[in-house]
Design a protein around this ligand. Sequence first.
Ligand SMILES: N[C@@H](CCC(=O)N[C@@H](CS)C(=O)NCC(=O)O)C(=O)O
Length: 193
Amino acid sequence: MKLYYTPKSHFARKNRILIDALSLEVELVDAGNVADSTPEIFANNPLMKVPTLVDGHQVIYESDHIAAYLVRKFDPTDSYQVLTNDVNQLNLRAVMNGVMTAEVELIMAERSGINTQHLKRFDKLRATVTQGMNWLENQADLFPQQPSYAGFHLICLWDHLLLYQMFQLKHPHLQQHIEKLSGFDCVVKSTPL
Ligand SMILES: N[C@@H](CCC(=O)N[C@@H](CS)C(=O)NCC(=O)O)C(=O)O
């Protein structure tokens, strides 16, 4: 299997942590510049995004679909609750994905030379991140105490926000979960530099 990723991609990191936690053999293929519009570097993902998983002739798009595919194939007991149907857990996942997407849009816009300040659309994306993080802080006790896919997701989101420094992180309840997860080997290995 091959995972097309970049070292800084927080979406791909969700898969990398899970892959390590399940001790799966997956070759990592660095897609390079994700701003490029060349489908080949994304394993022909028509959306031109990482991550993409290639398993023989099967190609899988979307980080959460990749996680579900790996768990269905290799982890029948679903050790990290990837396949949860719990509505609260799915809401956590939706908000984390929404915050990550809004942050990526801001980063990509600035990288392509757009000054995102004082533009209504980008103000909304900034508000999405701020409100999303505040919502997660208020729901922090929904995160499992044991290592879980929700926890892996949170640390990917958190470390990426720290890396790009567009937002202040003052979320003590989330921070407690982050500190616990930061000691987990599979998490440390993929920390973005
Ligand atoms: N919903 C997708 C989001 C993937 C995503 O946005 N990836 C970013 C990198 S972190 C990307 O490749 N962006 C390229 C672009 O938007 O042009 C997933 O969960 O896999």
